[in-house]
Design a protein around this ligand. Structure first.
Ligand code: FSX
Length: 374
């Protein structure tokens, strides 16, 4: 469990476990593709990873449904076994570890002491702060106390899931337990938010890999999410986007539009204001994602998504309909006009304008933003 400097490098561990260089390179090629790097970067990544030492990871869970951990353990590339045995050293996770009670608490204390200042703290779930934090207690300590203690020696904190990133479901109105996002409770510590309810498994493991490979916090967006995975809206990359641009919308779940696979915007799809990799990385080993399965995006990777009105009502114009608004009716007219005049560049500008609008019109009161403003 202790990770002194004598800990073998990842390369030495791979050799010891009989993992061939060829299969490790194949693995890195898959990872490079996941991180949107050119194939040539795979060799550099393999060299960097082989030279690196596995970071000690302490994984804490607070108010959540365990969907995030379920998601993490269903990663296909890399598999969870690959991650745990080759890339990270999961030294404490009270849901997955065999130890319990005092034995588990001791394991966490030992790992923290041996890796002080270097370990990665991974947290899922929001932390209740009302009434002194009594709504989450373990080993006689409140969640706030445990988080504060574990955060002190962490090199960085990864908040996995929308609950940890923004408060999520526990934070939904009326938020009876005073649930808060992790970033709001650990001032001065670098926090990486991996939002989604749950997050995409490959986005969780990809974020770890990015950190281990580079040894630093990746580029983040205004919600502290890695831009490599959260840089585009679902709408930007959705395969149904041409239907939106032509003004072809499903109006009910069983009409002709739905059968033809038309855009789900009018059925409440939150793709235009939701930033995540669902449309590209997809789910279940890239089999599908909600929109491909015929259901509108719920916007689960965004702050306050539970409190933004019905999942089945179109996005209110207050967030999607001001300057540069293209209503569903106008979308068809605009596309027809562009086709007539052949103004492809103009259509591109509309896309860019929409992207700017959706970025700027996101509600600026998430827990992480509050923290940033403090
Ligand atoms: Fe929340 Fe995760 Fe949704 Fe559940 O740990 S993001 S309720 S999938 O489990 O925190």
């Amino acid at each position: 469990m202790a990770r002194p400097e004598t800990e073998p490098t990842i390369g030495e561990l791979l050799d010891r476990n009989g993992v061939s260089r060829r299969s490790f390179l194949k693995y890195c090629t898959a990872m490079a593709s996941l991180l949107a790097l050119p194939p040539i970067a795979a060799r550099a990544m393999a060299a960097q990873l082989r030279a690196a030492r596995r970071p000690s990871v302490i994984y804490l869970s607070f108010q959540e449904c365990t969907g995030c951990l379920e998601s993490f353990t269903r990663s296909f590339a890399p598999t969870i076994e690959n991650m745990i045995f080759n890339v990270i050293s999961l030294d404490y996770d009270d849901t997955l570890m065999a130890a319990a009670g005092a034995q588990a608490e001791k394991a966490r204390a030992q790992a923290m002491e041996a890796n002080y200042g270097k370990y990665l703290l991974v947290v899922d779930g929001a932390v209740p702060t009302a009434d002194g934090g009594v709504y989450h207690c373990a080993a006689g300590r409140t969640g706030i106390d445990i988080l504060t203690d574990c955060a002190k020696g962490a090199a960085a904190i990864v908040a996995v899931g929308t609950c940890a990133s923004f408060g999520g479901l526990p934070h939904a109105d009326p938020n009876p337990t005073g649930a808060r996002a992790i970033s709001a409770l650990v001032p001065g510590k670098p926090v990486i938010n991996v939002s989604g309810c749950p997050p995409i498994p490959e986005v969780i493991t990809g974020t770890f890999l990015q950190y281990v490979t580079t040894g630093r916090v990746p580029d983040l967006d205004e919600h502290l999410r890695p831009t490599v995975f959260y840089g585009n809206s679902i709408h930007d990359r959705c395969y149904r986007r041409p239907f939106y641009d032509r003004g072809e919308f499903a109006k009910t779940f069983d009409d002709e539009g739905a059968r033809n696979g038309w855009c789900l915007y009018e059925l409440g799809c939150k793709g235009p204001t939701t930033y995540n990799a669902c449309a590209t990385v997809k789910w279940n080993n890239a089999v599908s994602f909600p929109i491909q399965s015929g259901h509108p995006c719920l916007g689960c990777a965004e702050p306050e998504f539970w409190d933004r009105g019905s999942f089945y009502s179109p996005i209110p114009t207050a967030r999607w309909g001001k300057a540069g608004e293209v209503s569903t009716a106008e979308a068809g007219t605009l596309a027809a006009g562009a086709a007539l005049t052949g103004v492809a560049i103009g259509a591109g500008s509309v896309v860019l304008a929409r992207r700017r609008i959706s970025r700027h019109q996101r509600t600026p009161h998430s827990e992480s933003e509050k923290h940033n403003e403090e």
